[in-house]
Every structure is written in C-alpha cells, then in structure tokens.
Design a protein around this ligand. Structure first.
Ligand code: S3P
Length: 169
C-alpha cells in the first residue's frame, strides 16, 4: 500500500485530516513536525530560534528521504516541506500527494497570531505573500487537490472520494 501524503499551507487542516484518514484506512500516522520535535527534543519555534531555519529544512529533507523508502502510512507534512522543490522527487516516490487548500481568508483566520509557528510572526501581509508564492509549488507536486475550508467531515469524504477515483484511474 502506497503512502498518502498530506501537504499544504499552515492551517489547512493536514494534522486533523491525517488523524481521521489513518483511523478510517487503518494506516500508521506520521507527522513530520512531530518526528522532528521528538528527534530534536524541543519545539519548532526553539529549533528555528537556536539552530536556524536552514537547519530545520535539512531535517525535513532527510526525514522525507527516509520516509519515501517505506510504505503504508498517512504522512502529514509541515507546511514548508512540499514548498521546497528539492523535496518533490521524494514526495513523488513516497506515494499519493494530497494538497489541502482552505483559501487565504480561512488561512488567516486560523493562523494569525499563532505563537507556535515561527513563520506567522511577520504578520498578515507576509502570510499572504508566502501563501501566494507557495500555492503553485504545492500544486505542481499534488496528485489530488481538496478544498479544506468546509467541515472536517466533508474534507474527509472529499479526500476519500478523490483517492478512490485516483486509484481506479
Ligand atoms: C512551516 C509549517 C509548520 C512547521 C514550521 C514551518 C512552514 O507546520 O513545519 O513552523 O514553513 O509552513 P504546519 O504546516 O503543520 O503548521
């Protein structure tokens, strides 16, 4: 069984959907942020502050490289992982890539002022610019795009439906 990989901007609902999908499909769940936090023994905000963003990005690349050689999991990615084109070959090798997109308005409502995410510190315009810059990069790696601005149940059913269509095409 191939992996199912969830990508998308901060606040798009990757973590929540990944939990629901893994339960529904009885597949192991991996969250790249959680794996990195566990391995480094500190929160992401501290990794950014103490080691720098490049250090964190290298950890992400090493992790997805390793995960791409294994199967059968639902993998929830940190928002920057699929925004880095160098990671795309590993994502493609890893399995079916699902992009969640809830639109910029919902994104802003969900993440503005969030203290756990270092990349929200630049404020509203910075979030908008980053969202716009990343959108085409996410789209270029996605096999499936799901609108995640609706309820959690609807996001789950749309994802399952599109995964089903994909596997039978
Ligand atoms: C980031 C998103 C975060 C986390 C880190 C950087 C990004 O994950 O990996 O703060 O660059 O978009 P979530 O998308 O789970 O918030």
């Amino acid at each position: 069984m191939k992996n199912i990989i969830l990508c998308g901007f901060m606040g798009c609902g990757k973590t929540t959907l990944a939990k629901r999908l893994s339960q529904k499909l009885n597949m192991e769940l991996i969250d790249t942020d959680e794996e990195i936090i566990k391995a480094e023994g500190k929160p992401i905000s501290e990794i950014f502050a103490q080691n720098g963003e490049d250090y964190f990005r290298n950890l992400e690349t090493e992790l997805i490289k390793k995960l791409s050689t294994e199967k059968g999991r639902v993998i929830s990615l940190g928002g920057g992982l699929a925004a880095n084109k160098n990671n795309h070959p590993y994502l493609k090798a890893a399995g079916t890539v699902v992009l969640l997109d809830c639109g910029i308005e919902t994104t802003l409502k969900r993440i503005s002022g969030d203290k756990t995410r270092p990349l929200t510190a630049g404020g509203k315009q910075d979030i908008i610019n980053r969202y716009n810059a990343r959108k085409p990069i996410y789209e270029s790696v996605a096999d499936i795009v799901v609108n995640s601005s609706k309820s959690k149940g609807k996001t789950l059913s749309e994802t399952l439906e599109k995964l089903g269509e994909k596997s039978s095409s």
